[in-house]
Structure formats: structure tokens, C-alpha cells
Design a protein around this ligand. Structure first.
Ligand code: NAD
Length: 305
């Protein structure tokens, strides 16, 4: 597979939502032949408009493909779709799952592929819908070196940074641990800004100091949760997501599941998950996750902004 052309591959793409739609478009733009399927007819139509052809089922999308990519909501969807299409693909077909799912399901999916003599990688992404559209996603992949080498040129049409994190499931593990850091660090930054306001410290002054001191982190310097210091952060745009509270909660819950199955403790992760969960339950699941500062200030209401 390594010696084959980098473009002009036949790709089946299943799950053409907010992320999958633009990813499929970038594959078509790069010269691949993309056949897409989604349960939503609207999503399939949108993919057709950006260069993919429509399949009537996941099996049809995968049948003649060299590569099959899934971009689905959760582990149960990936297992169901892979189980169905693995009966239809040729042995040696490469399966790539870019959904964010639990590590155990990812490893189960790899085992299904191996049974059928297929190559597989889990390759979740970061970079959001903006990165999916721009083709600048970061991929973190788990699977054999052979599968990773085969997948890399395909992933390069959709992303900018591509990491091999180890064996099956380790892409999901890397994504989960990164987002655990993110969820906790954002809650910490928000807590500090809320306290600064209460004691009369100007948010810009806190930013100026902390951004060049030991409190420095991505949640502060790239995604500052108060308006002003970082003009591109969602705080300057009514906390329009960005990365929604609901998706952050999903990722923290994946970490909680992994902690349970690996007998680990997540004292900070549990607390962060409880905060995002409370904010979500108050109707703010669609707000950017940095809007959690409202909850930490104690000025959140039951209505979404
Ligand atoms: P989405 O809900 O917009 O898209 C998911 C699509 O999958 C939908 O169109 C749905 O109809 C389709 N689908 C569900 N079950 C299906 C099935 N059995 N067969 C065919 N299609 C099916 O979600 P999204 O934002 O595109 O996210 C997809 C994945 O990417 C999720 O795992 C999410 O956690 C992850 N992710 C999202 C973002 C983001 O910013 N949106 C960022 C990084 C990772």
C-alpha cells in the first residue's frame, strides 16, 4: 500500500456531520474518489455538493474502497458500522476511525478489523470544525506501524500534524488525556479570573502576569475565558462554540470511563466533569466550554446565552 499513489484512492466515508462533511470535502479536493454515507440525507446531499458521491448504505460506501473512514458520535456507532461493513470490504482494506470514542471500543474495533485481515487505525482529531474545514486538523493515531504508514498520506489531505501514539487505541488515549488536561485547566483559569474580579484585580492585569508566569497554559493564552486579552477567544463572541460544553463533557466522561476500567482515580477530572455537567444541565451545553466562567462566578441562569 505504501507504494501506491498518494492521491486517487477510493475512499468510503461514513458520518458526514459537522466534522466528517468538511473532511470528506478535503479528501475529494485532494483528488481522492470519495463515496459518502450518513443516516441524514441532508448530510449526504451536502457532501455531494462538495465533491463526494452518495452511497445508500455504509456497506455500499465501503464495498470497493481502498480506505474506509468513519466519523461518528460514539463507540457504539463505530462498532455497529464496522461490524456491518467488514463483511463487505476486501481483506487488506484500511479502516480509519476518526471519531472520539472510548479506548475499549476503539480496541474492539481494531480486533474486528484484524479478524477480517484488514489494517486499522484509531485517529481522533483536535482542531474542531474550523480545522476540519481548513484541512488543518491534528490527528493522533493508534495502530500498527504498517497501518499508520498507509493512513498517513490520506490523513495529510485533512490535517497538518499527524502523530503515531502507539498500538491500537492509543490515539484515543492521547486525545482523552489531552482533553482531560484541557477541561481541568480551563476550569482552573476560569476560577482564577472569577476570584480576581471579586478581589478587584483587573482581568487584563491577571492575564499580563499569568501569561508570562507559572500559570501560563493554552486555556489562558489562546482561549482566555474573559473578553479582551485574547481577541480571537470565544469570550469575545458571546461564548459561541468553538468547542462546546457538551463535547467537553463527552470527553471528560470518556476519561471517567477509562479511569473506572483501569482502576485509576481522577479527583480533578471528576470535579471538572461535575462543573461542565451542571452547566450543561442548566441549558448551556451548546455554549463554548470556556463559558463555564459564568458558573464559577455564580451568575449563571437556567437559560442558554
Ligand atoms: P455530528 O453529530 O455533526 O456528526 C455525526 C454524524 O454521524 C451525523 O451526521 C449522524 O447522522 C451520523 N451518524 C450517526 N450514526 C450513523 C450511522 N450508523 N451511520 C451513518 N451515519 C451515522 O458530530 P461531529 O461534530 O461531526 O463529531 C463527530 C465525531 O468527531 C464525534 O465523535 C466528536 O466527538 C468528534 N469531534 C468533534 C469535534 C467538533 O468540534 N465538532 C472536534 C473533535 C472531535
Amino acid at each position: 500500500m505504501r507504494e501506491e499513489h498518494m492521491t486517487g484512492r477510493k475512499i468510503g466515508f461514513i458520518g458526514l456531520g459537522n466534522m466528517g462533511g468538511p473532511m470528506a470535502a478535503n479528501l475529494a479536493k485532494a483528488g481522492h474518489t470519495v463515496k459518502g454515507f450518513d443516516l441524514s440525507a441532508e448530510a449526504v446531499k451536502a457532501a455531494e455538493e462538495v465533491g463526494a458521491s452518495a452511497a445508500a448504505s455504509a456497506v455500499e460506501a465501503a464495498q470497493d474502497a481502498d480506505v474506509v473512514i468513519t466519523m461518528l458520535p460514539a463507540g457504539k456507532h463505530v462498532i455497529a458500522v464496522w461490524s456491518e461493513l467488514l463483511d463487505a470490504v476486501r481483506p487488506g482494506t484500511l479502516l480509519i476511525d476518526s471519531s472520539t470514542i472510548d479506548v475499549d471500543s476503539a480496541r474492539k474495533a481494531h480486533a474486528l478489523a484484524e479478524e477480517k485481515g484488514c489494517l486499522s487505525i484509531d485517529a481522533p482529531v483536535s482542531g474542531g470544525t474550523g480545522g476540519a474545514k481548513a484541512g488543518t486538523l491534528t490527528f493522533m493515531a493508534g495502530g500498527s506501524a504498517e497501518a499508520f504508514e498507509a493512513a498517513k498520506p490520506v490523513l495529510e489531505a485533512m490535517g497538518r500534524a499527524i502523530f503515531h501514539c502507539g498500538e491500537a487505541g492509543n490515539g484515543q488515549a492521547a486525545k482523552m488525556c489531552n482533553n482531560l488536561i484541557l477541561g481541568i485547566s480551563m476550569a482552573g483559569v476560569c476560577e482564577a479570573f472569577a476570584l480576581a474580579e471579586k478581589v478587584g484585580l483587573d482581568p487584563q492585569a491577571l492575564f499580563d502576569v499569568a501569561s508570562v508566569s507559572s500559570g501560563q497554559c493554552w486555556s489562558l493564552t489562546t482561549y482566555c475565558p474573559v473578553p479582551g486579552p485574547v481577541p480571537t477567544s470565544p469570550a469575545n463572541n458571546g461564548y459561541k462554540a468553538g468547542f462546546s460544553t457538551a463535547l467537553m463533557l463527552k470527553d471528560l466522561n470518556l476519561a471517567r470511563t477509562a479511569a473506572e476500567t483501569s482502576s485509576s482515580e481522577l479527583p480533578m477530572g471528576e470535579r471538572a466533569a461535575a462543573l461542565y455537567s451542571e452547566f450543561d444541565a442548566l441549558g448551556h451545553g451548546g455554549d463554548d466550554f470556556s463559558a463555564i466562567i459564568k458558573l464559577l462566578r455564580g451568575d449563571v441562569t437556567g437559560e442558554a446565552t
